[in-house]
Write a protein that binds this ligand. Sequence first.
Ligand SMILES: Nc1ncnc2c1ncn2[C@@H]1O[C@H](COP(=O)(O)OP(=O)(O)OP(=O)(O)O)[C@@H](O)[C@H]1O
Ligand SMILES: CC(C)(CO)[C@@H](O)C(=O)NCCC(=O)O
Ligand SMILES: [K+]
Length: 279
Amino acid sequence: MILDLDIGNTLSKWRLKDRTSSDIRARGAMWTRDEWRSGDDIPDLDIVDVIRISNVARQDVLEDTVRLLKRRVGTIHIAHSTSKALGIRNGYDIPERLGVDRWLGVLSGYQLTGGCCTVDCGSAITMDAVLPGGQHIGGYILPGLRLMKESLKLGTRKVVIDPEQDALHTLSPGTNTVDAVNHGVFMAATSAINRLYMEICDSHDTALPLLMTGGDAALVSRGLRLPHAHWPDMVYAGLEALFPITQAERNGVLAGMPMVIKPAGLEEMRKALAFTQLL
Ligand SMILES: Nc1ncnc2c1ncn2[C@@H]1O[C@H](COP(=O)(O)OP(=O)(O)OP(=O)(O)O)[C@@H](O)[C@H]1O
Ligand SMILES: CC(C)(CO)[C@@H](O)C(=O)NCCC(=O)O
Ligand SMILES: [K+]
């Protein structure tokens, strides 16, 4: 069995993948600050023979985790951002500093589309673009929905945006604190993504497919007025692309690959952008 780990700043996600069938056998999440010890929400390491890790938490969190796992599992692959991989050139001035979750998303996104814009909605919202030909151009980091709410200190952090509400209602003016904060935060996230995506396509003269991932992706997706695909396993897929193990992975088949959604036309995007620049 393969154990894939996506260690975030607050939440660590794991999944177990069958080496022979390539099926995902189990999934879970735990708080990153908690110790990795087999139990209720943590898989039994006896059945694991290889581990692949993406880590954006502190280095000592990774070291502790690896020390613990190393006693039980033979092979551990740890992903790092590099200046080049799988036909992509990292656009960061110092490539190693690009968050490896972003790098993995770009790697899998490029495998799927041959050039795209990737958005990861987690603690932070990150956005990256890789052009046809493989140049990664860098990207953007914004606070995620929860962080934005938390920063206001109005006590609305725990009141989640109602996923049943239609997106239009969620953009209406709030008539109480919870709605005012939730709608404001939702608007900040979705309008930033809409705008930045169109700016990237405009300035590079290419309509890129848009891929969404992360814990809040389904929610944020509903406020996007753009064709896009949702790929919950996008970061994991980057681990598969970088360290292929199963036959399917060696053949370039990554877990949960969505259908590529045709992007909006460049001319339509330019018209929409013109509305944002009346002066
Ligand atoms: N099981 C869960 N526990 C807590 N939050 C969750 C869970 N599933 C989804 N979320 C939502 O997802 C967001 C975190 O998303 P995600 O796990 O993608 O973040 P990340 O940036 O990859 O990791 P981290 O937040 O640990 O840095 C939270 O803000 C929360 O709204
Ligand atoms: C931005 C986060 C926290 C998103 O998970 C992560 O990608 C990270 O720690 N990145 C390092 C900074 C950077 O990407 O420029
Ligand atoms: K993430």
